[in-house]
Design a protein around this ligand. Structure first.
Ligand code: AMP
Ligand code: FE
Ligand code: FE
Ligand code: ZN
Length: 280
């Protein structure tokens, strides 16, 4: 009998805006006593093979995942997709469009910043040109150049949406993204529906729209969810028949979130796998 418990179903590696490799996540997950984890890098699945091999070597279960950059009615929404087929051409095409747009948008933000700060695109992009680029990488460059102390401080001062340096990125409509996840055989989960950085939590009406499109679960147990917003969402969740997931949204040193600080029970992962295996 193993006394390992729970899965962390939301983690980021160096393939997006995390600071640790999939292998390091697996090793840390094992030392924390997790049963398994999902790798959910932003808009990319390139870390899956390494994560799967490292999980197996560490005696852990691995669930392939992704966090898709979406928007609905002008609001930014992150959608988790579990068990999507790696080769799905429609999903791959849509994600390639998001990643390409991210590069152009980040370049333009860096261009504006470079008028006031000595920072270059090369410094932001770094060596790995395949990773999903975002504001965190701009923040990291600004921190290494000594202009700010932390990612969080750069976000607070120059990278927030109201900043003159900011530019939004192209995002898939959330309803369409749910359709893409389902068409790729996966299970769609609304990420951090009450994140404190949001002006308002995802509403019941909005959730109902997503459920009609095939949304399966909701990440009600997330360290950044504002506790005051959770009870209303919990009743909507029950009413709409959504499954609740728990996860840390680990980003290595990029965020204060600690790996495994929120977890999902193995039964949730079994339910995900059953849903993935059942054609809808
Ligand atoms: P982007 O998708 O490029 O607009 O960047 C958004 C990402 O930045 C999110 O996925 C978060 O991981 C990260 N992020 C947002 N706010 C902060 C913050 N205050 N500190 C560190 N990372 C943040
Ligand atoms: Fe992130
Ligand atoms: Fe997110
Ligand atoms: Zn995330």
């Amino acid at each position: 009998m193993s006394d390992r418990h729970g899965y962390d179903l939301h983690t980021h590696s160096v393939h997006s805006d995390g600071t640790t490799t999939p292998t390091e996540i697996a090793v840390e997950a094992a030392s924390l006593g997790l049963e398994g984890f999902a790798l959910t890098d932003h808009d990319t699945i390139v870390g899956w093979d390494e994560a799967r091999a490292a999980a197996s070597a560490a005696g852990l279960d691995f669930l392939p995942g992704i966090e898709i950059t979406t928007r609905h009615a002008g609001r930014s929404r992150h959608l988790l997709g579990y068990g999507v087929r790696a080769g799905s051409p429609e999903l791959a095409t849509a994600l390639a469009e998001v990643v390409a747009s991210r590069v152009g948008r980040a370049r333009r933000m860096v261009e504006r910043l470079s008028a006031d700060y000595d920072v270059t695109w090369a410094e932001v992009l770094g060596e790995d040109e395949t990773r999903t680029v975002g504001r965190p990488h701009i923040a990291d460059a600004m921190v290494s150049k000594g202009f700010f102390a932390s990612r969080a401080q750069v976000f607070d001062e120059v990278l927030h949406p109201a900043s003159p340096y900011y530019e939004p990125t192209y995002a898939i409509d959330t309803v369409d993204a749910i359709g893409l996840v389902r068409a790729a055989g996966g299970v769609a989960v609304q990420a951090h529906p009450a994140a404190k950085r949001m002006k308002a939590p995802v509403s019941r009406e909005e959730l109902a729209e997503y459920v009609a499109a095939g949304l399966w679960g909701i990440e009600l147990d997330h360290p950044e969810n504002r506790p005051e917003w959770v009870p209303a969402l919990a009743s909507a969740t029950e009413e709409l028949g959504l499954v609740v997931t728990g996860a840390s949204d680990y980003h290595g040193a990029g965020k204060v979130n600690r790996l495994g600080e929120r977890r999902s029970d193995a039964s949730v992962v079994e339910a995900i796998r059953a849903a993935v295996a059942t054609p809808r």
